[in-house]
Write a protein that binds this ligand. Structure first.
Ligand code: FE2
Length: 408
């Protein structure tokens, strides 16, 4: 079998052929493949027709689809199916009278019948507890900005970092530069930052006329940032440039672990906080962001999607009369859990540290610090979960490409 004779796929990915096709059978609407390892895969004719990679189906320049299925003369039926000399599946479609070829590695990877859950997270979610001996996953990232973008040296630093963020919601990188603004170049190794009304990069330090409690020296309770937005940022990065103050320890909690504890120990409070929509509002002088959402949200699969916890950003509760007291009761139950030191990890920022965390999952807090005792300067930025997932998939793609020559 020669890889060079295989057809294109409707994407730019690499699809190693781990198992070859053994046999094919078909009916007018269905192709059934048997693989050498005994697995059987079934594909509907309409699904195959839509996912062909020829130039009537996708634009070869972009690999995006150009076919509108409803413009076909009739439902695509199958007149023949066979495995050709290159090992590709060939299907003859009527009434277009068109033969289309399919890459076996791509077909195997996209078997919708036998495949494992395609929507499973890229990295398994593992919730975590804190405590006095716990700390964030920590990696030496010295030299990151000297590596070639997209190269293996960059990947060696980013891959484990992204895995920690995807799985645990948190990583700490150390030995990064401390030049003001260098966070921008570091963040762009992962993806574009999300600008907000606080700018692309924001400075976390005590300043006169602050427009957020973050820009004072007071303690901050556990919170997510910007729950006042319909879609609050999926990632936050905090980069320490200077830290010589007394106090100001960082505190982090896994909001999913707290939510799960609430579900186990206080199911009524859980039910209330996943249902009642709270108001999240900023109260700044020059902006007016407001959004309503439950404090704990699940996705369509019933898995934890996000938490919106930030006492100082909650507006007045506007809900059904009979929900008001149960909502506050549930809120206080949650707040008591948040004070349990078993959930919290605590650490002190050192210059050159960068903490990347899932801002829709983790809660961050800080102790008060003594502003006159030295300087504490963090720079921060936001990004979306999509960016870290895309970057991680690109790393996986690069790894698959490196495997290919061995299999051609
Ligand atoms: Fe914050």
């Amino acid at each position: 079998m020669s890889r060079t004779d295989l057809p294109l796929t409707p994407d730019y990915d690499a699809w190693p052929i781990d198992v070859e096709l053994d046999a094919v059978s078909f009916t007018p609407r269905l192709v059934t493949l048997r693989w050498r390892d005994g697995r059987v895969s079934r594909y509907h004719g309409i699904w195959l027709r839509e996912n062909a990679a020829d130039d009537t189906t996708v634009n070869p320049a972009t690999r995006e689809r150009i076919l509108d299925l409803s413009t076909l003369p009739a439902w695509p039926e199958i007149a023949g199916a066979e495995i050709d000399d290159a090992g590709a599946l060939c299907v003859d479609f009527i009434p277009e009278d068109r033969r289309l070829r399919f890459h076996p590695g791509w077909l195997r990877a996209h078997d919708y019948d036998n495949a494992q859950d395609p929507e499973a997270p890229l990295v398994a979610i593992s919730t975590w507890q804190g405590g006095p001996d716990a700390g964030p996953d920590t990696l030496d990232a010295a030299g990151l900005l000297d590596t070639a973008p997209g190269g293996e040296a960059e990947e060696a630093i980013l891959a484990p970092a992204l895995e920690s963020v995807l799985g645990k919601g948190l990583v700490r990188l150390r030995q990064l530069p401390t030049e003001p603004g260098s966070l921008d170049a570091i963040a762009r190794r992962i993806g574009p930052v999300r600008p907000t009304n606080f700018g692309e990069l924001f400075d976390v330090k005590a300043k006169p006329d602050p427009d957020s409690n973050a820009y004072t020296a007071i303690a901050l309770p556990p919170h997510v940032d910007l729950p006042t937005r319909e879609y609050h940022p999926g990632l936050q990065m905090l980069h320490c440039l200077e830290n010589s103050v007394e106090g100001g320890q960082a505190v982090m909690l896994d909001g999913f672990a707290v939510a799960e504890a609430l579900r186990d120990r206080h199911p009524e409070a859980w039910a209330t906080l996943t249902r009642v929509r709270w108001c999240y509002a900023n109260t700044a002088k020059t902006t007016d962001y407001v959004w309503y959402e439950p404090m704990i949200r699940l996705d369509a699969r019933g898995e934890l999607l996000e938490v919106r916890i930030a006492d100082f950003l909650r507006g007045p509760l506007q809900t059904a009369f009979e929900d008001v007291e149960p909502a506050y009761e549930a809120l206080m139950t949650l707040q008591r859990l948040l004070r349990d030191p078993a959930f919290a990890i605590r650490f002190t920022y050192a210059p050159g540290d960068l903490v990347i965390f899932d801002n829709r999952r983790l809660l961050h807090a800080r102790d008060a610090f003594e502003g006159s005792s030295g300087h504490r300067w963090l720079q921060g930025c936001y990004m979306e979960r999509d960016e870290i997932r895309s970057r991680y998939r690109m790393i996986q793609r690069a790894r698959r490409r490196r495997r290919l020559p061995l299999e051609a």
